[in-house]
Design a protein around this ligand. Structure first.
Ligand SMILES: [Zn+2]
Length: 375
């Protein structure tokens, strides 16, 4: 591919001096269409996104690309290599305990002064200036910070600097043992139907440190700040259109290249809808797409310790009283109750469960959609 480049980005140093690096692949768009940033494997065990990036690069060799596409596998070289025995840990920085996907930056105080300065300007100028402001605030953090950064912040901010340059951001993750699901900002609900993902979580305009939020919240809050003054600045408008998603591709610790090909096609279906690629070969599959609001995405904590036999199927509505799981307690055998069935009192859709069969009382056993509906 003549429009293809590879860069190795330096994101930190280990104690021995060994460099922490991240590969960055870029495909230059031909017509200046919407640009895209896709990264994978911020959480160490969530490896399927790397295979999806491989399949995307393979498919994109044969496709006319309108907008720039930046792809970053192995986004977190510390998390990716964080093994303990046969397992990859890599969800939390082992030094600070902070979740690797809660270290991105957004300072909401930049919004109001920017809006005051921008009144009367056209949308394109506002867009360019705001993008520059966001990139600049990340660069200040990286380069003009006397007191330094944590290892995780240094990695996250460099990734975020790339992400802010794009109109569309996809952060590829997986659950522990999980069905495919999509974190989608409420305003971009329509786009969720272009992914072949049967479960969508609709998320509000709250920043909690994740990459998707760090890239859509600034734009969404900007839109709201203009709206308070009666000014229409719609980030869903054709000429702006800023969207970010966290794409949960299934279960951790697994690579399946055939499934990755399907996942890549699903992403291309969305990118084709957005005009990023020039192809009619990628259309969304027809399927029932369930959704719920983030407030209704419930964690179910184990009411007791024991050994879990997970029973509920992912993705299918589960009637009240139907068992989610049963817990084996061999210590009770002969003089007590060795089997305990667990169920909920409202209809839910199980989305993911804990990765191990042995749990303590209070372990987050399942995550489920409550008050779900179809898109
Ligand atoms: Zn993750």
């Amino acid at each position: 591919m003549t429009n293809f480049t590879k860069e190795v980005m330096h994101v930190g140093e280990m104690a021995s001096g060994a460099a922490l690096t991240v590969p960055v692949y870029r495909i230059k768009g031909e017509t200046g269409g919407r640009s895209v940033y896709i990264q994978a494997n911020m959480h160490g065990a969530e490896v399927q996104g790397n295979a999806v990036i491989f399949q995307l690069l393979e498919l994109l060799r044969e496709i006319k690309v309108n907008g720039d596409i930046t792809l970053v596998p192995y986004a977190n070289p510390v998390g990716c290599n964080h093994k303990n025995g046969e397992y990859t840990l890599g969800r939390f920085d082992p030094i600070t305990g902070v979740n690797w996907n809660r270290m991105y930056h957004f300072d909401a105080d930049i919004i109001k002064p920017f809006v005051r300065k921008s009144i009367g300007q056209d949308d394109k100028t506002i867009e360019q200036n705001f993008k520059a402001l966001m990139i600049n605030s990340i660069e200040k953090k990286l380069d003009h910070n006397n007191y330094g950064l944590t290892t995780g912040q240094r990695i996250a901010y460099q990734l975020q600097r790339l992400a802010h340059q794009a109109d569309i951001v996809l952060d590829l993750h997986t659950g522990p043992i999980s069905s495919k699901h999509l974190y989608c900002p409420e305003y971009a609900q329509e786009s969720a139907s272009y992914f072949d993902i049967p479960h969508t979580l609709l998320i509000p305009n709250d920043f909690a440190g994740a990459l998707d939020e760090a890239t859509f919240c600034p734009w969404w809050q900007l839109q709201e700040a203009f709206a308070e003054l009666g000014i229409n600045f719609s980030i869903s408008a054709e000429h702006l259109n800023k969207e970010s998603f966290t794409v949960e591709l299934g279960s951790q610790e697994q690579i399946d290249l055939d499934v990755a090909l399907e996942d890549a096609k699903s992403i291309l279906s969305y990118l084709s809808y957005k005009g990023v690629i020039d192809s009619n070969d990628f259309q969304p599959q027809s399927m029932t797409r369930y959704a719920c609001y983030l407030k209704d995405y419930k964690a179910y904590y184990s009411p007791m310790g024991g050994m879990v036999d997970y029973l509920a199927e992912f993705g299918e509505p589960l009637a009240p009283g139907e068992p989610l799981a049963r817990i084996l307690r061999m210590d009770n055998y002969g003089d007590g109750e060795p089997l305990h069935y667990l169920s909920l009192e409202e209809p839910v859709i199980p989305i993911l469960h804990f990765a191990s069969a042995s749990v303590n009382q209070g372990t987050e056993l399942y995550k489920v959609f409550a008050n779900y509906f179809t898109l």
